[in-house]
Design a protein around this ligand. Structure first.
Ligand code: PLP
Length: 422
C-alpha cells in the first residue's frame, strides 16, 4: 500500500495501519504463507477510528460492520448453574440448537435436524473458516465473488487453498466460466456485504445447478438474512433441503445485534457437520456456555425487540439511497443490509487514498473498496447502521464533496462516471 502523504505528518497512524518498521522484529520468523495474508481492512480503519475517538476527536463513523440496537439486559441469575460455568456440548447447547433449527425451518423453510445438521460456533467468522477447512484440500480452488467480504479470501488462503476472484460485474450467470477441475466451493454472501444485493430465485437455482453439475459445495453466508425488505430473502438451503451441497453460516451478530457475544452457527448435512465438529473440538471446544443459555432463554424476546429496529434500518437505507440518487451519486445495485458500495470512480485516486483523506481531513470513516477485491478499487463501503440520520447524511455529503474536489484536483471533472448506476 502507498501511504497517503498525511501519514508522514501523523506517525501514530502508521502503527494503526500496520506499517511497522522491519527493525521492530527479532527472533524466528512466522510461517511464510502469513506474508500473503492481509489484515482485515475494515478492522484496520475501525482501529484508526478508536484511536481518534480516544483522543477526543469527532468522527462520523460510516465504517462499522454493525447496526446499533437498543436491547435490554435480561436476567442471568435464573440460567442453569453450575452448567453455565462449564464447557457445553461441542455441537452447542442442545436447547439452543433446537431454537436455531426451528428458526431456519419456520422463517426460511430450511429443514434442519438439531441433532446433527447444525453446530453452534463462536461467531460466524469461524463457522465459515471451519467449514472451509473441512471441505478444502490444499491447492483446491474456492470461488469468491466480488465485492467479497474481507475475510473470505484470507480464510481460503489460510486453508492453503486458492481463492479465484470473480469481478463484481461478472454476475452469477457467468460463474461457469470460472470453474476448473480444482474448483471445490463457491462462496456467496446473501445479502451481500458491502453492496446490499440479494440473490434472486433464478440466481439461487443457477447456483444449485452448477453445484450438481460440477460436484461443488456452495457456502452461503447469510449473516444479514433479516436485513431485507420484507419477505424477499430466500435461503440457499430452501432449494437443497437434503443439503447435498449446501453449507449455511449465520450468526447473532447482525440479525440479533449481539456481535460482542460471538455466537454463530453452521448448517450442513451430518457427514460434513461431523468434520466441522472435529475442527471445533480442537480449536474452540464451544462458545461461552452461559451466553448460549442466555440466548436460548431470551431468543424470542430479543427478536421481538430487534425486528422493528431492523425494519427501521432497512427503511433508513432506502431513504439514504434516495438522498444519494438526488445528488447523482452512484453505487452498486442492492436494497438490503445497512451498507452501500459507493462509486468513487470520478475521483481518480485509489480507494485507500480516498478513505485515508476522508478520515484524516474530514473526520469521516469508511472502508476502502480494494479490501473487497481488485475489481473494487473504484468504490468505498459506507455503513449506515450506527450514526443518526443527520450525521449519516453529513458524512455522505462529505464523501460526495471529496469526490468532486479530487476530480477537480486530478483534472477529471469533465469525465462522466462509467460506473454501474444504482
Ligand atoms: C458478510 C459477513 N459474514 C460474516 C461476518 C462475521 O460475523 P460474526 O463472526 O460476528 O458472526 C461478518 C462480519 O462483519 C460479515 O459482514
Amino acid at each position: 500500500m502507498k501511504p497517503h502523504p498525511s501519514l508522514a505528518r501523523a506517525p501514530r497512524f502508521a502503527a494503526a495501519l500496520g506499517t511497522r518498521p522491519a527493525s521492530a522484529d527479532a527472533g524466528p520468523v512466522p510461517a511464510e504463507h502469513m506474508g500473503g495474508i492481509a489484515q482485515a481492512l475494515s478492522i484496520r480503519y475501525n482501529n484508526l477510528v478508536y484511536d481518534m475517538k480516544s483522543r477526543g476527536e469527532d468522527v462520523i463513523v460510516l465504517s462499522l460492520g454493525e447496526a446499533f440496537f437498543d436491547i435490554p439486559l435480561f436476567r442471568f441469575d435464573d440460567l442453569p448453574m453450575p452448567d453455565g460455568y462449564h464447557y457445553s456440548h461441542s455441537r452447542g447447547v442442545p436447547e439452543l440448537r433446537r431454537r436455531l433449527a426451528a428458526y431456519y425451518g419456520e422463517r426460511y423453510g430450511v429443514p434442519v435436524d438439531p441433532a446433527d445438521e447444525i453446530l453452534v460456533t463462536a461467531g460466524s467468522k469461524i463457522a465459515i473458516h471451519m467449514s472451509l477447512m473441512a471441505i478444502l484440500n490444499p491447492g483446491d480452488e474456492a470461488m469468491v465473488l466480488e465485492p467479497a467480504w474481507v475475510s473470505y479470501t484470507e480464510q481460503v488462503k489460510l486453508c492453503h487453498a486458492v481463492p479465484v476472484m470473480v469481478p463484481h460485474d461478472a454476475g452469477i450467470f457467468r460463474l461457469g466460466e470460472f470453474i476448473t477441475a480444482r474448483t471445490r466451493v463457491i462462496i456467496v454472501n446473501n445479502p451481500n456485504n458491502p453492496s446490499g444485493k440479494l440473490l434472486t430465485a433464478e440466481e439461487l437455482a443457477h447456483l444449485h445447478e452448477l453445484a450438481d453439475e460440477h460436484g461443488l459445495f456452495i457456502l452461503s453466508d447469510e449473516a444479514y438474512s433479516d436485513f431485507v425488505p420484507e419477505g424477499r430473502f430466500i435461503s440457499l438451503g430452501a432449494g437443497d433441503p437434503e443439503k447435498r451441497h449446501t453449507l449455511i453460516c449465520n450468526s447473532m451478530s447482525k440479525n440479533h445485534g449481539m456481535s460482542g457475544w460471538r455466537l454463530g452457527y453452521v448448517i450442513g448435512r451430518p457427514t460434513v457437520i461431523d468434520e466441522v465438529l472435529k475442527i471445533n473440538q480442537h480449536l474452540v471446544t464451544c462458545p461461552p456456555t452461559i451466553l448460549q443459555y442466555y440466548l436460548e432463554r431470551h431468543f424470542a424476546e430479543v427478536l421481538e425487540i430487534t425486528r422493528p429496529q431492523i425494519a427501521e434500518v432497512v427503511r433508513r437505507r432506502a431513504e439514504l439511497a434516495a438522498f444519494m440518487d438526488a445528488r447523482g451519486m452512484t453505487y452498486l445495485p442492492g436494497d438490503s443490509t445497512f451498507y452501500f458500495f459507493v462509486s468513487i470512480g470520478r475521483a481518480g485516486v485509489s480507494s485507500e487514498e480516498f478513505c485515508t483523506r476522508l478520515l484524516t481531513a474530514h473526520g469521516v470513516s469508511t472502508v476502502p473498496g480494494i479490501g473487497y477485491g481488485d475489481s473494487c478499487d473504484g468504490f468505498i463501503r459506507v455503513s449506515v447502521g450506527t450514526e443518526n440520520m443527520e450525521r449519516t447524511r453529513r458524512g455522505i455529503v462529505l464523501v460526495d464533496e471529496l469526490i468532486e474536489v479530487l476530480a477537480m484536483e486530478n483534472g477529471l471533472l469533465a469525465t462522466t462516471g462509467t460506473e454501474v448506476m444504482a
